[in-house]
Design a protein around this ligand. Structure first.
Ligand code: SF4
Length: 87
């Protein structure tokens, strides 16, 4: 099949992966460590009131998906969750 040959030569198309990302925050878990802000300051901020995370962009552009995943993996409290969009 031409599609299988294309995937073998150039890799799987990223369009499917790139359009299915949404960030959810479980704010009650946040301990204010700030790793998310250091990792992706365009996606996350910290509240001046309690130091907890503020989500700036729940649906990042494809070129920020990797940063969102990195912030999810670095968060020590499991506050950040990157989930597939249901659309
Ligand atoms: S979301 Fe995670 S990394 Fe960000 S401030 Fe809260 S605990 Fe720290």
């Amino acid at each position: 099949m031409w599609y299988d040959e294309m995937v073998r030569v150039v890799g799987r198309p990223k369009l499917v992966e790139e359009r299915i990302m949404r960030i959810e925050i479980h704010r009650e878990r946040c301990i204010g460590a700030g790793m998310c802000v250091l990792t992706a300051p365009d996606l996350f901020d910290q509240s001046e009131d309690d130091g907890c995370v503020v989500l700036l962009n729940p649906e990042p552009a494809p070129d920020r998906h990797e940063a969102a995943k990195q912030a999810e993996s670095l968060c020590p409290s499991g506050t950040i969750e990157v989930v597939p969009d249901e659309d």
